[in-house]
Design a protein around this ligand. Sequence first.
Ligand SMILES: [Zn+2]
Length: 422
Amino acid sequence: MSSMTALVYVLEEQVRDLLREKGSSRLIDGTAYGFDDWTVFHAYTEQPFTTPSGYVCTCIVVRSDAMGLVDEEKTLAEARHRLDSDERPVIVLIASSDATGSPSCRALVVTRAGVTGADTRFVPRRSELYTRNTGLLETSALAAKRVLIVGLGSGGSPIALELARAGVGHFTLIDFDRLELGNISRHVCGVNDLGRFKTLAVRDQILQKNPYAQVSTMEVNVNQALSQVDEAVAGCDLLIVASDNDQSRFNLNQMSLNYNKVALYGRAITRAAGGDVLRVRPWKGPCYNCIFSSGLVDGREEEMSQKRQALSVLPAYVEEDKINSMIQVGLSSDIAPIANMMTKMALVELSRGIETGISTVDEDLASDFYVWANRREEAYGNWPRMGFKWTHPSILRWYGARVDRDPNCMVCGSHITEDSVI
Ligand SMILES: [Zn+2]
């Protein structure tokens, strides 16, 4: 145990809940997690709302009685009794109301060497998180917005996290994959989350950034749970599609048009040579089908990130190492520009009509379809090197492409009207 004064973080809301109880002083079991040679602790009077980290240690919580009194000696005796044979301290939280009725909490760290006081810090209540804009979240303007993200892999997971940082308050996450060892390097989640559904692991990451975000998850295959997904699309403000198969995107395109919801589609192409992002403003611009059934983007083969995908396109006799060479070829840094572009476009869409300071980006993003040139490979094989000339096409840049609604589109063409599909 270091000689520095220990720091104990406590959720203000939990202490308030505890103090709402009346009657005599009461001792309850909390939970605490210690870090860094037992100098920092996160203590909870009830279960934490998100997956905690750190080394678990015993925590006892005592609430003062109506007179504001606590039998400290009895509490400390109990704490000493809970010490076990290893060096783990026991954290004691003493919750009381101060003269003005505000909650206060004192923390003590009990070890075999004795009892030391700790600095206690409150993690503020929800309402204060939102008024203190400069604190946890970039803005509170987006707290009421609902985002539906389909696909929580290397593309979808960083978008979810960025939107949480920006203050988006409601998420629905859809994916039926679990986190595998091979995903870790490109995913926001790490080895601690191996084997978990990506939806649930990403939910916990979102809550780390915005503890009060509302996150619901659906561990379903979009193509096999159409009515469930349909309901989720109907309830969102923005649909973000980072899924890894075309069929799901065609299904989601139909739903986004049915409910008149703006949708963003993004993907990396083979070996992450580049990528593209499509924004669909239903009935106002091209839909997913207008672009991807037209042959306009032929030859841009999609990046594969899962063995399941590779298996679906390869003959059965292909050996394992060939499959492995088809997946995981793009680096996280190859995916990042595409996720970042989608995040920016998402924030523009979500900010329509509210002041968030990014409104001018809307004027800049005049196109509905953007192409990212990443490496001089595949579609960009014969492009010039990135030189000094600003007027030449180059890798590591975005290009807006002029795309129009296809009057013969089977989904949104002129023979189909907005009214006829709803
Ligand atoms: Zn169309």
